[in-house]
Design a protein around this ligand. Sequence first.
Ligand SMILES: C[S@@+](CC[C@H](N)C(=O)[O-])C[C@H]1O[C@@H](n2cnc3c(N)ncnc32)[C@H](O)[C@@H]1O
Length: 325
Amino acid sequence: MDRNTIDWSALERLRTAFLAGTAGAGDYWQSVADLASYDATFAQRIGWKWDYVLAELTRRGWSPPRRELLDWGCGSGIAARAFLDHFGADAVRKLRVWDRSSQAMDFAARRARTKYPGLEVAIGLTESPGVVLVSHVLTELDAETTSSLVDLAARAESVLWIEPGTYEASRALIAIRDRLRDHFNVVAPCTHQTACGMLAPQNQRHWCHHFASPPSAVFTDGYWARFANLIGIDLRDLPLSFLVLDKRSDAPMPSGAARVIGHPRVYKAHALLLGCDADGVHERQLAKRTLPEEFRRWKKGEGCVLQVWQREGDAITGAVDIASD
Ligand SMILES: C[S@@+](CC[C@H](N)C(=O)[O-])C[C@H]1O[C@@H](n2cnc3c(N)ncnc32)[C@H](O)[C@@H]1O
């Protein structure tokens, strides 16, 4: 979309509905301009979250089965396009988009057909999807619709699900993980297949969230400054919760693999990292004196969120990054 034709008042209306929690009440896509304006703004930010998750999947050595891809609650279709940009349009047999809004499905399908001319694109649901993408829909669904979406996901071979990094969204995804984990291998963000450590009573105040980063050009772009101002958001802030499941046998993570949750708290001489592994979710300490290089990476925001740690109690005494290659 030409940036000059963005309908800023439509974006304000959408933002109000998203924030007030009224978006679930009925179809809010009033026109193609709504979808195009959303696609050029909110959806781009969601796309950066997808890029973050897809990069982690590649780091973990995961690639999709060559099956039909379903983007459920597609909106303008950013989730499918991020997926196809990352893995290539040849990585799937066909794209299927579904939304309660027919305008949204038409928009998402049209964008995909234009961007991937050789790809077959269909509109509508299927009973047994191959790969299901779900992105930023939970706050709009009632319990019954969520439950049938989870049933549909259970019939897929792979599920990739991203929601905002709020306490509520994370806890909802954890409940979905718990419901589905007997049917799937849990690929990410977890490093293990056991019950989620966040469910332990001592972790009630925590939630499983992570932070994506926007491209640096965003910070010097007047267009994004206007969007941030209008919508009242911090452009740096891209919190997300996510869940990736797969029925195929998974290359297991190295023993002791840990996933860092949220931002570590970095102090003068040590950092506190909330680490999740097969033993649960625990706060670990990284002392500058013990591992100065590693401490410096976290201080600069460049720490690797997937690591194997040597520990003495909660103190990290050695750290090795996990990468698939
Ligand atoms: C916040 S938008 C997210 C769109 C897109 N997935 C993304 O990440 O940009 C939520 C989408 O869910 C759709 N939606 C809401 N309730 C739905 C339902 N019961 N069935 C199907 N889609 C629904 C809305 O129409 C909207 O397109």
